[in-house]
Design a protein around this ligand. Structure first.
Ligand code: APR
Length: 250
């Protein structure tokens, strides 16, 4: 892909970069997205299963869905897009990766300065006593697990529809969006708020906003540059345009 001169200049001089990723960055690893042309979760209707009422009504069904997704995630590997962001973190002085994904693939690739806005599918907690459950063999679950301390229902530590984002995580994300000079919005349909507000926060503070997506989204008309294509192909090229900055270990 050929980048415009304006984009190249922005990449070369960016001092503070904030990245927002969504399900699209994991698509090339084989994790289905929620929406968009190739969105396979459609048959599961995430809005119906990923909410607290659905969980209370039918905890076993919700766990079955998460066990299925976790098994799938364990079978796949980070792709070139995830690794390009690890490289970007090495190159720029200030870097924050904000992800809506719960699939752990950024962490597995080696990203460090990360904010997981919607939680992580590998963790769970008890809805009664709040105990965190790190080690849970959900791959072999047939029923919703119970807390070993109080017997309460254990749920995945992910943010469901209608729930607040972890306050500290969102405030770190907002701060990064406010202070960056370059904002990359990658593989997200940018329709689920408050995460979808972050590119607009960056705009308002004068950042250059670049979108990478296979399809056009609601953000496309506002973004300074909208790069249409696969994140795993575009990101390595994009990241190679950043120069190594002093103070960072290449
Ligand atoms: N490269 C770039 N973009 C891609 C690729 C790819 N290889 N494949 C798909 N996409 C794009 C799609 O065009 C779509 O716009 O990724 C986007 C995925 O959008 P969604 O499925 O809506 O995922 P996301 O934006 O992360 O969803 C937000 O919604 O269901 C909730 O909590 C869930 O975190 C999720 C949130």
């Amino acid at each position: 892909m050929t980048f415009s001169d304006t984009l190249r200049a922005r990449l070369e001089t960016a001092q503070s970069v904030c990245v927002l990723t969504g399900a699209g960055i994991s698509a090339e690893s084989g994790v289905p997205t929620f929406r968009g042309e190739e969105g396979l979760w459609k048959k599961f209707r995430p809005e119906e299963l990923a909410n607290f009422h659905a969980f209370i009504r039918n905890p076993d069904l919700v766990w079955e869905w998460y066990a299925y997704r976790r098994k799938l995630i364990h079978e796949v590997k980070p792709n070139a897009g995830h690794y390009a962001l690890v490289e970007l973190e090495r190159r720029v002085k200030e870097f924050t990766l904000v992800t809506q994904n719960v699939d752990n693939l950024h962490r597995r690739a080696g990203s460090k300065s990360m904010v997981e806005l919607h939680g992580n599918i590998e963790r769970s907690y008890c809805i009664d006593c709040g105990a965190i459950v790190e080690e849970l063999d959900i791959d072999s679950l047939t029923k919703a697990p119970r807390c070993v301390h109080c017997g309460g229902l254990v749920r995945p530590d992910v943010v469901w529809f209608g729930e607040m984002l972890p306050r500290e995580a969102f405030s770190r994300a907002e701060q990064a969006a406010r202070h960056c000079d370059l904002f990359l919005c990658i593989g997200t349909s940018a329709v689920v708020y408050p995460a979808a507000s972050l590119p607009y926060t960056a705009f308002d503070q004068g950042a250059f906003v670049v979108e990478i997506n296979r399809e056009r989204t609601e953000l496309s008309t506002r973004a300074h540059e909208s790069l249409l294509g696969a994140a795993g192909e575009i990101l390595p090229q994009l990241v190679s345009c950043f120069s190594h900055q002093e103070g960072n270990t290449p």
